[in-house]
Design a protein around this ligand. Structure first.
Ligand SMILES: [Zn+2]
Length: 189
């Protein structure tokens, strides 16, 4: 399996709920962990903080989230099955976001600063997670994937919110008219 990118239609589908955590589901999670770390090896300036199953073309409600987003050497992920936003709180904060499935485009995306999520762990344990800051942002970004939503959708009317990464790993403003607005690879049809 591999990470799929825009404009692949599978990124735009609503994913199915998981009814049973069977070998197939465990296999999907293992593959997601592997692909995230493979991707990171090829992108020295970036960290793969999380991933959703549709990003490898599997439209099922599974995400993985990195346990430690500061230290790249700590490469463990928690899998969340059927994650659901119970509520968002706090004021909206804009910060940089990128996506394994949206190559070389970044955005300043406004998101709620606090979120409460419910999900099921790999071993079947139901959990409720209260998250703030980067973790809240990551959860909202990944749960969006399960509903066919990409971060670029949230900023499509704001030309100044788009960035791109230079070869040296710096983020610089992207030329909206030239690089973003009419880019069929980004938006699909
Ligand atoms: Zn993403």
């Amino acid at each position: 399996m591999k990470i799929i990118t825009t404009p692949d239609a599978r990124l735009r589908e609503k994913s199915e709920k998981i009814h049973q955590i069977d070998e197939e589901v465990i296999g999907i999670i293992a593959e997601m962990r592997k692909l995230s770390l493979d991707w990171e090896k090829e992108h020295p300036y970036e960290m793969s903080a999380a991933m959703a199953a549709p990003q490898m073309g599997v439209n099922k409600r599974i995400i993985i989230v990195r346990d430690d987003m500061e230290d790249k050497k700590k490469a463990t992920f928690t899998a969340l099955i059927n994650p659901e936003v119970i509520r968002t709180e706090g004021k909206e904060v804009a910060d940089y976001e990128g996506c394994l499935s949206v190559p070389s485009v970044y955005g300043m995306v406004p998101r709620a600063s606090k979120v409460k999520v419910k999900a099921v762990l790999e071993d079947g344990t139901p959990v409720r997670i209260k998250a703030t800051g980067d973790t809240a942002r990551t959860l909202l970004h990944e749960i969006d994937h399960l509903n066919g939503i990409l971060f670029i959708d949230h900023i499509k009317d704001n030309p100044k919110a788009f960035y791109k990464m230079t070869d040296k790993g710096d983020l610089v403003p992207a030329d909206y008219e030239k690089e973003i607005r009419n880019n069929e690879e980004l938006w699909g049809e």
